[in-house]
Write a protein that binds this ligand. Structure first.
Ligand SMILES: NC(=O)c1ccc[n+]([C@@H]2O[C@H](COP(=O)([O-])OP(=O)(O)OC[C@H]3O[C@@H](n4cnc5c(N)ncnc54)[C@H](O)[C@@H]3O)[C@@H](O)[C@H]2O)c1
Ligand SMILES: [Zn+2]
Length: 419
């Protein structure tokens, strides 16, 4: 509102302060007019308005079994709609029948009277970070949206890992300024974090998520069966985000992960799924109830451990998986917080031990390129806008924001993590 003094022709300062207070006040203020001018063509208007979003998240088993109502229930609204589906190449390789099962599912639901959309196309697209490292997947989605007459009330179904969901999500957001996106996450990380997000993106200019948009999916349907075909590395990688959210918001989740590590490593889904679901719920709650879904404010707690993670990913040309990079970033920021007397040594030791017990990395040789790594801080700041804001822990379950990072202490923290 720093333009207000410029406009102060004739309006008492007291009144302007009043308008300012209204503008800063959260809804229910839905309308106010700063001022109008009686005798010129100048007009300044401002409105505060609210839009309600519905973020539907369902965890299920065997989503394409004919008697499973989950998918049908989120896309049957009594109208004749269309659907196009995209399958992550990695998912397709491990589940070659997934497209056929989807088609059969929709066919059988239609036979019993569900108003499911008409499936117009199924396309296999690149999976993993490759999906985000070019425009291709995003363009494929827009081209198919055009070719098959997908309108804003029709559906794009994306079945895949977090990277492919991000790339398809961007295409679905750009086409017609947004068609309905249903995400079916197929990795641990996509289920416990990425699919809950209200953003998408692709990498550009060597920078992670440089292009993207905020966009709320129509629905998220997570089917635990997909997790069975991940490699151990892919399966465990996603737990770094669950550890992250436990450290930030829920010490009991963190403790549960600590205690369950051996079973998680043994791929015991009965143990792993409640942890994945709790993490998903905490991410969803933060996004939908944290009063900053579109990241307009300064603090970005969900990005704890991410400044270094994003830089390591790009420094490695995306050879380091996001979940692994987050584990390293968390370890680094814990060591840093200990050295700045913010976090106790015992809490940091617990967190790093927990990461390692899940076979997550806490070191990578690229960390030694500290100068380059530190450039990640400025890139992170640019991505968020405003002043630098890094989330650090005070204890397990309590975080704080800092606005400066000491490069010497980062270097010492890197040294402490080295094998
Ligand atoms: N939009 C958000 O809010 C958000 C949040 C967190 C992370 N992300 C993004 O998510 C991405 C990481 O996602 P990820 O950890 O899911 O990895 P990923 O999407 O890179 O997938 C890893 C690999 O697993 C394969 N795969 C996926 N599902 C499979 C299955 N069921 N069986 C066999 N193979 C399978 C993929 O083809 C890929 O090769 C990063 O790009 C990150 O930036 C986005
Ligand atoms: Zn992440």
């Amino acid at each position: 509102m720093n333009h207000l003094p410029r406009m102060n022709c004739g309006i008492p300062a007291k009144r302007i302060r009043g308008y300012q207070a209204m503008a800063e006040r959260p809804p229910p203020w839905s309308f106010f007019c700063i001022r109008t001018y009686a005798s010129s063509s100048i007009m300044d208007l401002a409105r505060i308005f609210q839009v309600d979003f519905h973020h539907r998240v369902r965890f299920t088993q065997d989503a394409f079994a004919p008697d499973n109502e989950t998918l049908a229930s989120v896309c049957s609204d009594g109208q004749h709609r269309r659907m196009i589906a995209f399958i992550d190449a990695g998912v397709h390789k491990a589940h070659p029948d997934v497209g056929e099962r989807l088609a059969n599912y929709l066919g059988s639901r239609a036979k019993i009277g569900d108003q499911v959309p008409e499936l117009k196309m199924i396309e296999v697209v690149s999976g993993g970070e490759e999906a985000k490292n070019s425009n291709d997947v995003c363009e494929q989605v827009m081209a198919a949206t055009d070719r098959y007459g997908i309108d804003r009330k029709s559906f794009v179904l994306a079945i895949g890992g977090g990277a492919m969901l991000d790339a398809v999500g961007l295409g679905a957001t750009l086409a017609h300024r947004g068609v309905r996106l249903i995400r079916m996450p197929t990795t641990t990380l996509a289920m416990d974090d990425a699919a809950m997000g209200v953003k998408n993106g692709i990498n550009k200019f060597g920078k992670k998520n440089f292009c993207g948009a905020f966009s709320v999916p129509w629905a998220v349907i997570a089917d635990a069966q997909f997790l069975t075909t991940l490699t151990d590395q892919q399966f465990l990688s996603g737990f770094s985000e669950a550890i992250k959210i436990g450290c930030l918001k829920d010490p009991s989740l963190f403790k549960l992960i600590e205690q369950s590590a051996a079973k998680i490593v043994a791929r015991d889904l009965a143990t792993a799924m409640p942890i994945i679901q709790r993490s998903a719920q905490l991410h969803l709650d933060h996004i939908t109830q944290g009063d900053d879904a579109f990241e307009l404010k300064e603090a970005r707690p969900l990005d704890f451990g991410h400044w270094a993670a994003h830089k390591l990913e790009s420094m490695s040309s995306y050879a380091i998986a996001h979940g692994d990079a987050v584990a390293i970033g968390i370890a680094l920021d814990c060591e840093y917080a200990v050295r700045t007397k913010m976090l106790s040594q015992s809490d940091s030791t617990r967190i790093i031990a927990c990461l390692r017990s899940l076979r997550l990395p806490t070191w990578h040789p690229l960390l030694s390129q500290t100068d380059q790594l530190l450039r990640g801080l400025e890139e992170f700041r640019e991505h968020l806008g405003g002043r630098m804001n890094i989330t650090l822990l005070r204890s397990i379950g309590e975080s704080t924001e800092v606005h400066q990072i000491d490069s010497g202490i980062v270097a010492a923290s890197v040294k402490a993590l080295a094998p």
